[in-house]
Design a protein around this ligand. Structure first.
Ligand SMILES: Nc1ncnc2c1ncn2[C@@H]1O[C@H](COP(=O)(O)OP(=O)(O)OP(=O)(O)O)[C@@H](O)[C@H]1O
Ligand SMILES: [Mg+2]
Length: 276
């Protein structure tokens, strides 16, 4: 299987604090290497402040790395052309589906934005692509939903709009940074199932960022455990979660969540029952 993304010895240090003599150095990302294969979901898990989001922002060059290389779809991301390619073919989904969209834009405008940015299609083609994306994420009737504003939708529907927006440019990789952590437990599985379906149907690879090991196991193939800017352990997801080698992984499993995805389903069933 071919690689879609390969990150090698990525580093980003931040200096914080006011006075030069008292500046603290935060090693947010400190020598991170991993690769994601085509049609694979690679999970980065770790506690708060471990460097997960910074890693994502470095990949998309929202911030410049201090060191390291990023190879996307066989191309070293180094010049403007490769940067344009990764920004078009690698999209991001954020934690808060409400904060990441402009409340004054309609669903149609929100999904159109990346098409405008990357100059894809004329007005008619854009309209077709927007409706197609809404069908893909199962927001029906698509024509009706397209005219709505974000506040008229539920949290789960808004995250589906964010996913529609992320797939409309036909990306090869989606970076999903805690995409379900703000959603009600009852709608989480639906969103994760949608991501899995899109992967199967459209061949999209995912970089799934989370602190939640239950959702990680539900959707992931491989996992890297991050702590203080470093990957302490990585491998196939069941190996790492059921036979952890590093004490930090063990602590994460014990403290943060229940790694058994059956319990996620059970939570959903319990929640679905409550709704009847
Ligand atoms: N722009 C910045 N300036 C200074 N420090 C930063 C900046 N961005 C991130 N950091 C620091 O880098 C470290 C890693 O932050 P990051 O947001 O990547 O963690 P995270 O794993 O995504 O955490 P969370 O699970 O809370 O989202 C933290 O100590 C954070 O305070
Ligand atoms: Mg984060």
């Amino acid at each position: 299987m071919e690689e879609i993304l390969s990150v090698n010895d990525l580093k980003k240090y931040f200096t914080t604090g006011g006075f030069a003599s008292r500046k603290d150095l935060v090693k947010a990302v400190d020598g991170v290497s991993f690769s994601v294969k085509k049609r694979e979901t690679f999970v980065i898990a770790g506690g708060s402040g471990s460097g997960k989001t910074t890693t994502a922002r470095l990949i998309l060059r929202a911030i410049e790395p201090d060191a390291g290389t990023i190879t996307f779809d066989g191309v070293n991301v180094a010049d403007d052309i490769s940067l344009r390619k990764i920004r078009k073919e690698c999209q991001m989904i954020h934690q808060d589906p409400y904060a990441s969209v402009n409340p004054r834009m309609t669903v149609s405008d929100i999904i159109r934005e990346p098409l405008d940015i990357h100059a894809i299609g004329n007005a008619e083609e854009k309209k077709r692509l927007i409706l197609e994306a809404l069908h893909e994420v199962k927001l029906e009737p698509a024509e009706e939903i397209a005219k709505k504003y974000p506040h008229m939708l539920s949290g789960g529907q808004r995250q589906r709009v964010a996913i529609a927006r992320s797939i409309v440019t036909k990306p090869k990789l989606i970076i999903a940074d805690e995409p379900v952590s703000m959603l009600d437990v009852s709608v989480r599985v639906g969103i994760l199932e949608l991501m899995r379906e899109l992967q199967e149907r459209l061949g999209i690879s995912f970089l799934y960022i989370t602190h939640d090991l239950a959702t990680a196991r539900y959707i992931g193939h491989k996992i890297a455990i991050m702590r203080n800017g470093e990957i302490v352990e990585s491998g196939p997801i069941n190996d790492v979660l059921f036979n952890p080698k590093h004490p930090y992984t063990k602590a994460l499993i014990d403290s943060i969540s229940d790694p058994d995805p059956d319990n996620l389903k059970r939570d959903k069933e319990i929640n679905d029952k409550d709704l009847d």
